[in-house]
Design a protein around this ligand. Sequence first.
Ligand code: KG4
Ligand code: ZN
Length: 306
Amino acid sequence: MVSQDQEEFHREYGGVVPEIASRIHLEVINPLFTQLLKKTGIAPEQIDLVAVTSRPGLLGSLLIGMTFAKTFSLVYKKPIVGVNHLKGHLLSPGLNGGQIEYPNASLIVSGGHTDLFKVNSSNEFEMLGATRDDAAGEVIDKLGRTLGLGFPAGMKMDKLARDGNPDSVELPRPMIKSDDLDFSFSGLKTAAVIYLRCDAGKSIRQKDFVASLEAAIVDVLIAKLKSAVKKTGVKAVNVAGGVSANSLLRNRLAEWCENENLKLSIPPIEYCMDNGAMIALAGHSAFLSGHRDDMSLDCMAVCEWE
Ligand code: KG4
Ligand code: ZN
């Protein structure tokens, strides 16, 4: 993969700083694209379609991608398609030849989103629920910061948790029994931060703490997905977003889906955080169904489906 890691620039602040993110986008987009062409041996003329994220996201970063994409499309006379970031996530289990079955219950779980959908086709989505406050990945990253694991902390925590005892700390499973399909993770985040300040928390082994934290998050994610499947009556489950790389979540999903005879689609681990690949796939799929954009294509910070 050709990529430019922005982590070191954001680490000092413990999260993504929008202004810094857009400045770095601006600095790296040209050299990164040149590197990509060199590495793949593809000439710009050989590119058939430009797919670009149009929403939702940090406006400054979106605008830089959009300007680059439009310029490329104009100069090389290539069609352009704007893609909703969430649609990209929803189709990402199809990367690397994966098959997505419809209708399905889909979970997007990342640093910015914890959303549930009923997805009827590659272009028909119905939102069933969402987090009312923090996303699951936000909790992971916040606690990772508190533990000095750097940012984002998901991968490190995942590795640590594999050897830990998930029953070491009793943490809340917010809204696990509520009738709706919404989530709330801010209470869990606060409870976990407070625990680390108490005497027991100060001496707990990191691997035991993170195993307990991941168990609490995964319990809620699986419980809500189960409710979504029950409510919709679908026979397929689709999971995407950075947190879908988590090994506990993947194991629990695989076990449940096998027991219930549900078809599970989830991106290969290396694609869970590959936004470029997922947007290319979703753009291609939209193009094949006749979708076209032009220079009036615009970016939006908030999510609108079309
Ligand atoms: O989808 P993504 O790349 O970006 C957003 O749209 O937010 O997701 C990033 C999130 C971060 O919170 C990161 O800590 C988390 O995904 N993450 C993981 C793992 N790998 C990445 N969380 C748990 N386990 C992992 N293996
Ligand atoms: Zn995302």
